[in-house]
Design a protein. Structure first.
Length: 158
């Protein structure tokens, strides 16, 4: 006779199979690896080019150097966690929140016209970048399996 632990494991396996099936999973997987790579590189950038990123930190942020270093660690840890199935959902939520939190730095970068090495300095760059921020929030949630839109399929009748 199966005990509660066996039933819980059975449900967990069934839920994992449900998450990994459907048309969205292939797209979700590719997007997850792109986001993982992006945040890993961004995190390394924040840790190695700290002084460069300090220029776009809004004046009201306390301890700007520590915040830039902290964001680098958050990006790297978020990227690693996104690749680990058990941590993926939490990572997606945290990376989405992270993208919201750094938005003021993106606004300052654009409005103050701060020139950073190897980055464009025109509204042809800043406009789309600012408009893309909500997409980045959605992307983190989608590739972590938190949301399914727009590829949600109707559940099959049992």
């Amino acid at each position: 006779m199966p005990d509660n632990r066996d039933r819980a494991e059975s449900r967990a396996v069934g839920n994992a199979a449900a998450v990994k099936s459907g048309p969205a999973e292939g797209v979700r997987s590719v997007m997850r690896w792109i986001m993982t790579s992006f945040y890993m590189l961004a995190g390394i950038g924040h840790l190695t080019l700290t002084d460069t990123f300090l220029e776009i930190v809004p004046d009201w942020v306390p301890f700007p150097r520590e915040v830039v270093l902290f964001t680098g660690f958050c990006e790297i840890l978020g990227a690693i966690a996104l690749a680990i199935p058990r941590l993926r959902r939490l990572s997606g939520i945290m990376l989405a929140l992270y993208a919201i939190c750094v938005f003021p730095a993106n606004i300052k970068h654009a409005i103050d016209g701060i020139q950073l090495p190897h980055m464009p300095d025109s509204w042809w760059y800043h406009g789309p970048r600012l408009l893309f921020q909500p997409v980045l929030v959605w992307w983190a949630l989608f590739c972590a399996g938190v949301v399914d839109w727009p590829l949600k399929t109707k559940p099959k009748p049992r």
